[in-house]
Design a protein around this ligand. Sequence first.
Ligand code: COA
Length: 356
Amino acid sequence: MPAPDLRPCPPPSPAVPRGRSAVLCGLAGWVPPRVVTNEELSRRLDTSDAWIRTRTGIGRRHFAEAGQATSDLAVEAGRRALDCAGGIAADAVVVATTTPDRSCPATAPVVAARLGLTGAAAFDVSAVCTGFVYGLASAAGLIAAGVAERVLLIGADTYSTIVDPGDRANAIIFGDGAGAVVLRAGHPDEPGAVGHFDLGSDGAGEELIMVAAGGSRQRSTPGDVSPQDHHFSMRGKEVYRHAVTRMADSASAALALADCKADDIDHFVPHQANQRILRSVAESLGLPPERCVSNVESVGNTGAASIPLALADAAARHAFKPGERVLLTAFGGGLTWGSCLLNWPVLPRVSHPHSQ
Ligand code: COA
């Protein structure tokens, strides 16, 4: 069936509604203790530390233990973020993930219950590696609309559960982890205020990043699918090209909405896909490399956890000052992309994501 001919939307308004805005007041990250080095992967795959470092900038990643699910990581990060926010409760919990505990129900309600937040609104956001930015927009919308006062947003993924350990192209890239932020109702001009946003998608690229089976298109019934169809697949070269242009265009669109130039940005925090991608995006925005935050060497690509983990890593090193302008940009399967501006908040001590 051809796509219907629809009237176009008006362009997004640069005016953020006055009065009520989402303000970041808690941040944390957590990675499971098991470290998987490039050397360890090289012992069982036809690859090398030199190849992985040159092509991706990744040196190691963390894997969940057998039996450890995405919610287990999400609870660790969520608890630390609520602590960082002063031990407050949230009335909504959003979990961005590509690796939910189960395809039904969502992971967020069980995370909320385990954090003592039974009764809170709780749902998952599925936008692959763009999930955290989509989740941030959803959380900001809940607050701006007066539906929630405080939202706990967690990006959590256990890619080790869906990547074929024998697939050298993908096994070297992905790691497991979780990052979380607490957002409260506040004013658009105060440190910590979140916005403007640019979000987008192109479903014509569905097959570039996918897990073929397990959904309604290709079910899990034995005989209908091969075990391989349950594994994550990615067309790396094409994804690389899309990632660079989509992240650069989306970041530029968010800057334009905020009437800012790249030079006004103190810190650029892109989705930690691959060091070469980060460098190319920063270059095409005209940002010097020192303003581009990267922790991809130590955690790899952690999907929806990648941006909050990079933020928590930077905050633990006191790399950002309150009031500085931070630009977040992500790209992922779908295809999806999104960017957001953030005024850095006054935060109490943020523990390092690697501390157990
Ligand atoms: N170790 C050694 N060799 C490898 C390898 C590995 N882990 N993975 C692939 N190769 C080989 C290929 O088989 C190929 O060999 P051939 O030339 O004999 O066919 C060669 O290296 C080049 O492969 P290619 O896929 O062209 O490499 P690349 O330079 O595109 O790098 C990626 C591969 C996956 C690192 C790169 O495409 C990439 O980073 N893509 C984006 C991935 C990403 O960040 N996705 C997340 C976005 S949200």
